[in-house]
Design a protein around this ligand. Structure first.
Ligand code: GRF
Length: 216
């Protein structure tokens, strides 16, 4: 049988990207197996959804006393138990320590709801409206120690309309996330996407800019 990539998804909330990834696996668009879904939030809606799909779903103990290195070590233990070879952050609302990022370097992806490098951090839709940006979207990138600053892989992009609100932007971004994240994970699973000397590589060539998916 063809080898499939064991990967894990880390969430903190509703998990719609995790579900889009699970669907892509089922439909054969990702040659991978989602070996575990891990949340720092015991009440995360996405955990319920993951269990409903029959996926292994766990809570990492990240209570008030847990420092970042301890959280990173605990996460790595769980990931190793499940044999994960790729870690996919999908709305995981914790900053990961440098030990964790180094351990998983080149095998750690994130999706961010803006066209990076614009609007790193939180409240991206609000900031796009306040800045009057003509375009908005989302970015899949490799994770490095600097928050939301690792090499970009793929961006979904659209024009901001005069009637757009934070809510409409959030919905439009989410729809795009569900397209581009499975595609990028699919590339990784197929061995097309990788990491070399601090750069994202696609089909053996460094990605100098993200692959862009424009939608109306
Ligand atoms: C997404 O908008 C993603 O860009 C951000 O967190 C959100 C997660 O949403 N990092 P969901 O839990 O996948 O629905």
């Amino acid at each position: 049988m063809e080898r499939t990539l064991p990967f894990a998804v880390l969430i903190s909330g509703r998990g719609s990207n995790m579900l889009a990834l699970a669907r892509a696996v089922t439909e054969g668009r990702i040659a991978g197996r989602m070996v575990t879904v891990i949340s720092d939030q015991p009440g995360a809606a996405g955990l319920v959804e993951a269990r409903r799909l029959g996926l292994a779903a766990e809570v990492v103990d990240a209570g008030p006393g847990t420092d970042r290195p301890a959280l990173g070590q605990r996460l790595t233990e769980i990931l190793k138990q499940h044999g994960a070879e790729l870690v996919v952050l999908a709305g995981f609302m914790r900053i990961l320590d440098s030990g964790f990022v180094q351990r998983w370097r080149g095998c750690l992806l994130n999706i961010h709801p803006s066209l990076l490098p614009a609007h790193r951090g939180l409240h991206t839709h609000r900031r796009v409206l306040a800045a009057g940006d003509p375009q908005h979207g989302c970015t899949v990138h490799f994770v490095t120690e600097e928050l939301d600053a690792g090499p970009a892989i793929m961006q979904g992009r659209f024009a901001v309309g005069s009637g757009d609100t934070e809510e409409s932007l959030s919905a439009r971004v989410q729809q795009l996330e569900h397209i581009i994240y499975p595609r990028a994970v699919g590339w990784f699973a197929a061995g097309r996407l990788g990491w070399k000397d601090g750069a994202a590589m696609l089909d053996g060539r460094p990605l100098t800019t993200a692959v862009i998916e424009d939608v109306q």
